[in-house]
Design a protein around this ligand. Sequence first.
Ligand code: URA
Length: 425
Amino acid sequence: MDAITVIRTKRDGGRLTDAQIDWVIDAYTRGEVADYQMSALAMAILLNGMDRVEIARWTAAMIASGERMDFSSLARPTADKHSTGGVGDKITLPLAPLVAACGGAVPQLSGRGLGHTGGTLDKLESIPGWRALLSNDEMLRVLGDVGAVICAAGDGLAPADKKLYALRDVTGTVEAIPLIASSIMSKKIAEGTGSLVLDVKVGSGAFMKNREDARELATTMVGLGTDHGVNTVALLTDMSTPLGLTAGNALEVRESVEVLAGGGPADVVELTVALAREMLDAAGLKDADPAKALADGSAMDHWRRMIAAQGGDPDAPLPIAREQHVLTAESTGVLTELDAYAVGVAAWRLGAGRARKEDPVQAGAGVEIHAKPGEEVTAGQPLLTLHTDTPERFEYALDSLAGALVIDAPGTAYERTPVVLERIG
Ligand code: URA
């Protein structure tokens, strides 16, 4: 077997055999296939695609490159959620303790933000003392004691994906549906969850800008999960405008705590409850009532225990950025557009996100939203507050917001896009 033949096969629009896939993933993980050869293969896959059988084998080979976790000793059924990433998507924070409060076990292995979408670990690290890095034993202990744990994935899980994802990030090959689906599902299957709910975002702030691509990605991932014995469903959800009223690490933790306290923005509450319902159904806990667990304080109780179990102080004040800049409405009318991608880029430029993996993030940086699409606004009214520790970033962040907010004449009819667009599974 040699890398050049494998690359040429895909370059010329052919199918890769099981043996070719097993070999190339294993040889790449061991360093025998070079980064430049895998880059060429990834680009050929992006241009020519893979069929269902190839994607399934590619995923299985990535799972086999590392360890698989085993939660069979837990008394509760496991359920996990994966979001393909969006702006203001803090849902994991209230969702994990909510599902735990309803009797599920949530082993949430999360990542850091890169580019305009935030990362769950960066958000939680704004809580003083909270630790993302746990050993497998610690993770199992927190999961057993509390019912939910959110931590960094260990190096042993799908190492082939870790290497390949970093390579795709710098070679313009992230946006290939077979590679995205196999990347996400190899980690989730290796993680060992019994059921999985996928939140596939659609819109300007998401990977998938249109519904057809999102549907194809969701269908591919549901098929992969099901074939590996994981009870998998997907929701396609709107990401044309940010979720909730905040984008940025500590700002999003604050909003999540509001949701756990029974308040918070309506779209965040709706999506949190919808995903919790799906996770509980998939885990066989059909009688649980997530709306009640939010209202009666039991989800908040699980949040506090989960944060404390990982060294965090749930009562500590959250960091606040040193400087603020308020953006006001230029006219009176109906806000008809608030573009998710532009807000995500603004939050990133304010310091909430990173350009390179090793960059630090500012805990307090981000964007606070005062009006959402469909609301009447008055000239001069605050629409956004930008937060940063480094005020020289304001101008750069404001550049990204040019044209992102549209105010139409007073009385303009506005049709709200539903939060949940479609269910697949
Ligand atoms: N998230 C992943 O884990 N992998 C991808 O390829 C894209 C998003």
